[in-house]
Design a protein around this ligand. Structure first.
Ligand code: NAI
Length: 253
C-alpha cells in the first residue's frame, strides 16, 4: 500500500470519474495528491474522502485551458508539498457531433481543454521533475485516440493529438528520466460517458448497453483505469515511456 510513498501527484480533472478514482488510489498508495479542477464542490468532496481514509490531498480551482491557472497549480503544488513527481493530465470534455454539427467555439474549447492543457501543465511541471531527477507524466487519451469514431470529430482530433504528443514528449524528456505515457480508456462509467447519451438524444440505458458490447461484455469502472495509471506512475513501469496503454475490455481488438 505504499507504491507511491513520498511522491507528490498533480491530477487534473480530479473531481470526478477517472481522475477522482485515481486520486483516491494514489492517496491509498501513499502519495500526496493535488486535485486541479473547475468543479470546486466535487473537488473538495474528493479531498474530504481522501482525508477520511487517512490520505493527503488538497484541491485547487484550475481551468486547465488557461496558462495562468496551470502555472499557479504547479507553483501551489510545490509550495504545499515541496516537489512534483507525477503529473496526470486527465481533465477532458467531449462534444458528440460531426464537422457540420460542431461550432468553431466548440472545436476550440475541446482542443483547449483536451490538448492545450497537456502542453501547458507539462511546460510548467517538467522543470520541477528535472530538478527532482525525473518524473512520470500520464496523459489521458482514449480508444478514440487510436482510431476514429462517429459524431465526435473534435474529440477524436484532440485524443489523436494527445496520443502522438505523448510519444513526442517521451522522446524529448527521456534523457531527464521523465517518462511520458498515455492511457487509452474504452467506455468507462463516468458522468462524461452518460452525458454522451444526452448529447446524442439517446436513452441512457440503451446507450450504456451499447457501450458494453465488447469482448469483456461490459464497460469499465473508473478504478480499472486508475489501476493502469498507478502502474505507469510507479517505479514498476521504470522502463515504460512513449506507450499508449489501451484499457478497453478488448474493444479495439
Ligand atoms: P468526468 O466528466 O467524470 O471528469 C472530467 C473532469 O474534468 C471533471 O471533474 C471536470 O470538472 C474536469 N474538467 C472539465 N473541464 C475542465 C477544465 N477546463 N479545467 C479543469 N478541469 C476540467 O469524465 P471522465 O470520463 O472521468 O474523463 C476523464 C478523462 O478520461 C477525459 O480526458 C476523457 O476524455 C477521458 N476518457 C473517458 C472515457 C469514458 O468513457 N469516460 C473514455 C476515454 C477517455
Amino acid at each position: 500500500m505504499n507504491t507511491l510513498a513520498n511522491k507528490v501527484a498533480l491530477i487534473t480533472g480530479g473531481a470526478s470519474g477517472i481522475g477522482r478514482a485515481t486520486a483516491i488510489l494514489f492517496a491509498q498508495e501513499g502519495a500526496a495528491v493535488v486535485l486541479a479542477d473547475i468543479n470546486v464542490e466535487q473537488g473538495q468532496s474528493v479531498v474530504a474522502e481522501v482525508e477520511a481514509a487517512g490520505g493527503k490531498a488538497i484541491f485547487f480551482l484550475c481551468n486547465v485551458a488557461r496558462a495562468d491557472d496551470c502555472r499557479a497549480a504547479v507553483e501551489k503544488t510545490i509550495a504545499a508539498f515541496g516537489g512534483l513527481h507525477i503529473l496526470f493530465n486527465n481533465a477532458g470534455i467531449i462534444r458528440r457531433a460531426d464537422v457540420l454539427g460542431t461550432t468553431e467555439e466548440e472545436w476550440d474549447r475541446v482542443m483547449a481543454v483536451n490538448v492545450k492543457s497537456v502542453f501547458l501543465m507539462s511546460k510548467y511541471a517538467i522543470p520541477h521533475m528535472e530538478k527532482a531527477g525525473g518524473g512520470s507524466i500520464i496523459n489521458t487519451s482514449s480508444g478514440w485516440g487510436m482510431r476514429g469514431g462517429g459524431n465526435a470529430v473534435s474529440y477524436c482530433a484532440s485524443k489523436g493529438a494527445v496520443t502522438n504528443m505523448t510519444r513526442a514528449m517521451a522522446i524529448d524528456h527521456g534523457a531527464q528520466n521523465i517518462r511520458v505515457n498515455a492511457v487509452c480508456p474504452g467506455d468507462t462509467d463516468t458522468p462524461m460517458l452518460r452525458s454522451e447519451a444526452r448529447q446524442l438524444g439517446q436513452d441512457e440505458e440503451s446507450f450504456m448497453a451499447e457501450a458494453a458490447k465488447r469482448p469483456l461484455r461490459r464497460y469499465a469502472q473508473p478504478l480499472e483505469i486508475a489501476q493502469a495509471v498507478l502502474y505507469l506512475a510507479s517505479d514498476t513501469a521504470s522502463y515504460v515511456t512513449g506507450a499508449a496503454l489501451v484499457i478497453d475490455g478488448g474493444g479495439l481488438a
